[in-house]
Write a protein that binds this ligand. Structure first.
Ligand SMILES: NC(=O)c1ccc[n+]([C@@H]2O[C@H](COP(=O)([O-])OP(=O)(O)OC[C@H]3O[C@@H](n4cnc5c(N)ncnc54)[C@H](OP(=O)(O)O)[C@@H]3O)[C@@H](O)[C@H]2O)c1
Length: 317
């Protein structure tokens, strides 16, 4: 009897190991496929249109990751709705896209620090346009790493309205129509800062944790309805958001520019539900997750102290 139980336990153990080995191998394959895809871009073109529909809406799309992501989608033949706060930058981005790609575009001026008012503007302007891909990219962080007591109250409130409010209400606005059509994709951009509490960027990181949890729960609700719901969590990308320190504002192997980042990030759409979006960021995320959370928080706080010193030193000089 004891022998039979031992054999059964061994078989069970082997099955569990096999399951995890296959799971890891499958995820690795998907990763390799997503990150190699940009090298074979022509074969990727148009496939997103068939999969999700012909229109995409990207928030915060006049600069940085949002603008580069919109351009990548246009390159793949998708019509683009640009949503941002500055009309001159919107028109400039629209012109650039239309000059380079044969797609339709539409611009919507909306400042998400206005909360629901901005979301209502988007609703009215979109009308019947069937949005197949929604990219909730707009985001705000502190001017530079600060202690909570130093951050202006209005800035804190804006961060919550933009990073949490806009993402939530825009998902709500588009997800039902996507469900009815039985296809569509939502990309919610969080940040590597969601991996642990992050001192000196406390509220920013907390809002990104919201985005992650919200997105993963949406995956559960809508994946079975045929929708792709992606949580995209970049590490540092060289954009104006990181102006406070040259260490993360200048392009390097681990800090890509927005264009390189977006090229990879778009190719993970429909392949990886959770992604850092860029191959060196994948490596960083893997190693970041190894130590316990308190160590990660300590390192994050230490780095933010350095960035804060960079900013204050520059300010003085
Ligand atoms: N850069 C990074 O290292 C990094 C890392 C992790 C996650 N992220 C996330 O990636 C996303 C994009 O960041 P990014 O670095 O590309 O930022 P960015 O370069 O500062 O660009 C932000 C975009 O959003 C627009 N925007 C800002 N506030 C807005 C508002 N209140 N209403 C409407 N549009 C607004 C900006 O418009 P203007 O052109 O008028 O400024 C710009 O087009 C954010 O969610 C951010 O949290 C970035």
């Amino acid at each position: 009897m004891i022998n039979i139980i031992s054999y059964l336990l061994i078989i069970l153990g082997l099955l569990v190991v096999l399951y995890y080995a296959l799971d890891i191998a499958w995820n690795l394959l998907k990763l390799v496929r997503a990150y190699l895809a940009p090298l074979f871009l022509p074969s990727e073109e148009k496939s997103l249109v068939h999969k999700y529909g012909s229109w995409a809406l990207i928030t915060g799309s006049t600069d940085g990751i949002g603008k580069a992501y919109a351009t990548e989608l246009a390159k793949r033949g998708i019509n683009i709705v640009l949503v941002s706060r500055n009309i001159d930058k919107l028109q400039k981005t629209q012109k650039e896209i239309e000059a380079n790609y044969s797609v339709k575009t539409k611009i919507i001026q909306a400042d998400f620090s206005l909360g629901k008012k901005a979301v209502d503007i988007v609703k009215e302007e979109i009308g019947e346009i069937p949005i197949g891909i929604l990219v909730n990219n707009v985001g705000k962080q502190y001017e530079y790493p600060m202690y909570l007591g130093e951050v202006p109250e209005e800035e804190l409130w804006d961060i919550i309205k933009i990073n949490v409010g806009a993402v939530t209400l825009l998902c709500k606005m588009f997800v039902e129509n996507m469900r009815i059509r039985g296809k569509g994709a939502i990309v919610n951009v969080s940040s590597g800062s969601e991996l642990q509490p992050l001192p000196l960027m406390t509220v920013y990181a907390a809002t990104k944790t919201y985005v992650k949890n919200f997105t993963q729960a949406l995956q559960y609700e809508y994946a079975s309805k045929g929708l792709t719901i992606q949580h995209l969590a970049p590490m540092f990308v060289a954009t104006k958001m990181n102006h406070f320190s040259d260490r993360i504002h200048k392009k390097s192997l681990f800090v890509p520019d927005a264009e390189s980042y977006a090229k990879y990030a778009v190719s993970t759409l429909g392949v990886l539900d959770d992604s850092s979006g860029y191959w060196t960021h994948g490596i960083q995320t893997f190693f970041t997750k190894l130590p316990p959370e308190w160590i990660r928080m300590y390192i994050g706080g230490y780095l933010n102290q350095l960035f804060r010193e960079d900013y204050l030193r520059n300010l003085k000089s």
